[in-house]
Design a protein around this ligand. Structure first.
Ligand SMILES: [Zn+2]
Length: 257
């Protein structure tokens, strides 16, 4: 009996290992050119660059020009390495193992822990660290490894110099979602948190327009635990944990309140 039990267990484990998919990799954020909407910058890649897939950006008289977050995320490094390497640099954590680096900055406009959205100015173009002239050194990384840069899902030019026009933060579009509470009406609050006054309700299944999103009280709802709140009108907020938006976390292109 013991032997038979063992073989059944072995079969069960084999079946499980075949049928259970490996946990899927998180989708890459939609990265945008790290400069304000409409600006055109020359981006250079070269085989002797370190790391290899980094892009160096320039335009005429670029010293002091604003650098913006290329996707929503949380600033996790604001570091000054002095006269070597990156010099003054910012790193943004976009979740899913994705980070971006912005190096040789002249100065910082963000601090560690700050939540940033598309188009948020994080610092200014400089020539700090091991730089011989003003430019932005930009990297995208996955799990710490340098990856080939993509903007709006399109691969940058490897290798060479190409013009990139920014579509970053161009329009503050609205988003939409469907309230899913499994029956109960969802309380609308005057601000992004459960401590704000209740100012109404929305019925289960209601389609809502989301004008902006912000961080507030953490709420556990139909779609897990989230501190994101959706503004669905003037002074009207609902917990994103109860709203199906098609996105985990913030909706791309919907502004932060
Ligand atoms: Zn560089």
């Amino acid at each position: 009996m013991a032997k038979r039990w063992y073989s059944l267990l072995t079969v069960a484990l084999l079946v499980a290992s075949v049928l259970l998919p490996a946990s899927p990799a998180a989708a890459a954020p939609t990265f945008k050119v790290p400069f304000p909407c409409g600006q055109t910058w020359s981006g250079q890649t070269r085989t002797d660059h370190s790391p290899a897939y980094a892009v160096d950006f320039n335009r005429t008289n670029d010293l002091g020009d604003p650098v913006v977050a290329s996707a929503p995320g949380t600033v996790d490094r604001v570091t000054d390495l002095g006269g070597t390497s990156y010099g003054k640099y910012v790193r943004i954590d976009h979740g899913g193992g994705y980070t971006t680096y912005y190096a040789h900055l002249n100065g910082f406009n963000v601090s560690v822990g700050q939540s940033v959205g598309y188009g948020k100015v994080i610092g200014w173009v400089g020539s700090t660290g091991g730089s011989t002239g003003p430019h932005l050194h930009y990297e995208q990384r996955l799990n710490g490894n340098d990856i080939q840069v993509r903007f709006n899902g399109s691969l940058a030019l490897y290798w060479g110099t190409k013009s990139y026009t920014s579509g970053n933060g161009c329009s503050s579009s609205t988003g939409s979602g469907t309230v899913n509470t499994s029956g109960t009406a969802l309380t609308v609050r005057s601000g992004p948190g459960t401590g704000y006054d209740a100012v109404g309700t929305v019925a289960d299944g209601t389609r809502v327009t989301i004008y902006c999103q912000t961080s507030g009280t953490s709420v556990t709802g139909t779609y897990g635990t989230s501190s994101i709140w959706d503004r669905i009108g003037t002074g009207r907020y609902i917990a994103d944990a109860y709203v199906y938006t098609g996105h985990d976390g913030y909706i791309p292109n919907v502004p932060r309140c």
